[in-house]
Ligand binder design. Sequence first.
Ligand code: B12
Ligand code: SF4
Ligand code: SF4
Length: 359
Amino acid sequence: MSKLEAIRGRAEALGLWATLAPLALPEEARLAFATWLDAGRHAGMAYLARTREARLFPERAFPWAKSVLVLAAPYAFPELPVPKGGLRAGRVARYAWTRDYHLALEAALSELEAFARSLGVRAKGYVDYGPLLEGPLAAAAGIGWRGRNTLVLKEGFGSYLLLAVLLLELEAPPAPEVPFRCGRCTRCLDACPTGALDARGLDANRCISYWTIETRLPIPLALWDAFGDWLFGCDDCQEACPWNRFAPRVGYWRGFRPEPELAHPDLWDFVRLSNRAFARKYGDTAFARVGRPGMARNAIRLLGVLEHPALRAYLEAAEADPSPAVRKAVAQAYFRLGRLRLLDDPDPEVRAFARGLFG
Ligand code: B12
Ligand code: SF4
Ligand code: SF4
C-alpha cells in the first residue's frame, strides 16, 4: 500500500470520509471566489480578502505540499430534548450542538499528522480557520458536489458534513469528478428567508449565519423579522434540501457529542453570566466565536421578534449590560416596541446609535 493510501486508510479508521487530490483549485472555482470577493459578498469577513492569494493558489502558499487529503465528518444529529428550566427559545444550527467541532477534528488531524510523520511524510492539517477554500478542495477531491446552497453534498448523505484538510508533501492523482446532482431543484434558494442565495451563490450581507456567528455588529433592524427563530446560525437552506433526508440513516461522526444544553441553551446565561463565567461554560463551543455579548444580542433579537413573554424582563436585565454591543441591541428592541431607551447611555457610541435609530 502506498504511503498516501495508508494515511487515507488511517483517516477512515477514525470514522471519517477521506479522499485525496492534487493541491490546486480548478480555474472556475478560483474565478468564482475572486468574483465573490470583488462583489463584496463576503460582508465584514475581511480575513477572506486578506488571505485571497493563499486561498486562490494553495500550491504557492504551501510550496512543499503536493496533495490534500480532505476529511468529512457527518453531523446529522437526531433532534434533542429541551432541557427543563431556564429560558429556552429559538433554534441553534445543528453543527453547534456538539462542543466545538474544530477541537474534535483538530484532534483527528494531530493524530494523522503524527502518523504521516512516522512514515516520513510532511503533513499539516487545517479546520476552517486555515487560509484554504475547503469547499472547492473537497469537491476537487471528490467528496461530493457543490450544491446551489454552496455547500458540499455527498451522494446518499447530503450536506450535514464538516470538513477538514490535511496537506501532504506527496503527489496524488486527480480524483474522479463528481457530477452536479442538484438537477433543476432550487429548494434551498426558495427556502432562504432573507434571499441570501441566488444563481451566483451566497451573499453574506444577507445571511443569518453571518450575522449571528461571524460579526459582533448590531443586526440591522431591516433583517430582524426575516431571521425568524434562529438564535445562532441557520440551517434553512439545508433543511429544505431533498438529499438531506438520507442523512439520519448515517448519523454522525463518533468524535462529536451532541448536547441538549447546546441545541437549546438557556438564554438567561447570555445576560446573567460574566464574560469569564460564559467562557467557562461555553468556551469550547461554537458560541464562543461570537462571545457572550454576541449571544445576548442574538437572544434580544429573537425574543423581540417572537414577542416572547420574557422579553421585558430580558431587556431590563440587558439594559445594564457592561457590553455596548448588548445595549445597542436593547435600544433596537425598545425602538421596535415604540419606546426610547439608552439615549443617555454613558457610552457616547451607544447614545449616538440609539439616537440614530430615530433617523
Ligand atoms: C466564510 C464561511 C462562511 C460564510 C460564507 C459562506 C459561503 N457560502 O461562502 C458564512 C458565515 C455565511 C458561512 C455560513 C455557513 N457555513 Co461556513 N464557512 C466559511 C469558510 C470559513 C470559508 C468559505 C468561503 O471561502 N466562502 C467564500 C465562497 C465564495 O467560496 P466558495 O465556497 O468557493 O463558493 C463560491 C464558489 O466556489 C462558487 N461555487 C459554488 N459551487 C461551485 C461549483 C463550481 C464547480 C464552481 C466552479 C464554483 C462554485 O460559488 C460560491 C460563490 O458564492 C468555510 C471554511 C473554509 N476555510 O473554507 C466554512 C464552511 C464553508 N462553512 C460551513 C458551514 C457548516 C456553514 C453553515 C452551514 C453553518 C450554519 N449552519 O450556520 C452556514 C451555511 C451557509 C451556506 N449556505 O453557505 C462548512 C461547510 C461544509 C459543507 N458541507 O460544505 C465549511 C466548509 C466549514 C467546515 N470546515 O466544515 N460560512
Ligand atoms: S444559512 Fe440561512 S440565511 Fe444563510 S443562505 Fe442558508 S438559508 Fe439563507
Ligand atoms: S436544495 Fe436542491 S438545489 Fe439546493 S443544494 Fe439541495 S438539491 Fe441542490
